[in-house]
Design a protein around this ligand. Sequence first.
Ligand code: ZN
Length: 448
Amino acid sequence: MSVPGFSSSLSSPSSASTDGFTSSPPDLGWAPSAASPILCCSPSWSTPSPACAFSGAPEFPAAMPLRPLLCCLAAALLALGGCQTTDPMKASEPAPLEAALAALRERPAWTDHAPLSFPRHPAGVYLKDWYIVLDPGHGGDAHIPGYKRGPTGVREAEINWRVALLLQELLEAEGARVFLTRDGDFDVSNADRAAFANTLPRADGGEGADLFLSLHHNASSNPDSNYTSIWYHGEARWNESVLDLAVILGHSLGRHLRTEVGRTSLLMSDQQMYPQGFRVLRDARVPALLLESSFHSNPAEEQRLRDGFYNLREAYAIYEALCEYAYAGRPTQSLVATEDHPEGFGMVWELDDGLPKNWWGAERERILPSTLQIRLGDNILPHRYDRDTRTVAAILPADTPDGAILSLHFTNFMKRHNHPQRHRIRMEATPPVLEAIGTKRPFAPDPR
Ligand SMILES: [Zn+2]
């Protein structure tokens, strides 16, 4: 793919574009070299790691940070008769417990990155036909000295772009329909980025993406900071469904990038930064998150972020989280009846657990009734739930003010929240009309 402005820098770290770098990167000791080959052994109970086939690539990090762990593994494997790299079926005996106990005494540091591996996720099939908008943050800012750059000048806009391209490849391989808010090194207003996701045409005749992810990297005056944070708009209670994804994303990025997991909250409201929040999230009418995967202001992380395979590590972390998220389903509901009632309007919704109907056990209860709640503004409305028909009924009071917010909440047994939850009530119509907030169309829940 020809990528204006960025094509040269995607080839390899050593051939990275000089655009954006104010000086040569320091030698931090992690750069791959022929003198530090990757040990690549598979235990007898597993198939060879994809990393084995990839050992000629610029694996990250190279042998130095992994040496303690690899020595343990090598010792254990040598004790078993050597490194089994060709046919795991011919492997000797499994490792004794003592070897595992001994390995525990030489544990690697959290910041020692595991070998890169990026197999297709078996649950990737559940992403088929999801409409996903990726938003590489910033762009077109190379002429602004020091703007959104790391200590040696690496531009955040370029890192965001590289990760977006790799993530697009990973997701499209699963049949997801992926769209980028920019296709080169130029800026797009935050309002236009959100509008792009809101108005995305769909093959089902609707519009709007299933998911909008704005990709960023963080900066701090503290050069040591390097944690992952996932940002949502406004209040957590407005974002129950997309926060399910935010948690998985945050953990996956922390695990793959070895960021400072546990230092502070994984989840952040954009109102912690600005009273009105981030425009790109505030304007989004589809489930939206902003990812600050790591800190380009951290000198070591900045150098890692120059490496295309480190960018792939990040893209894979996001991809893996999306696979896990889609696998657990996104429940939804449809309003199936509205009828006059002496006290107002009776409303009946049919709940959908968001999970495939052909799974073994699909006929069993997969919605947790204790999580079911219907609210009118701050007040909880009484409801009646029928487990057999999976329908829930409530009465909307006749004196409900026009424009009031009605929300309906529940989770499936994978603890995934329904979407959409919030609706604006239009009382001028008879019966009243519920306009979903945060979506422009009903969500089609069956990914198959
Ligand atoms: Zn940014």
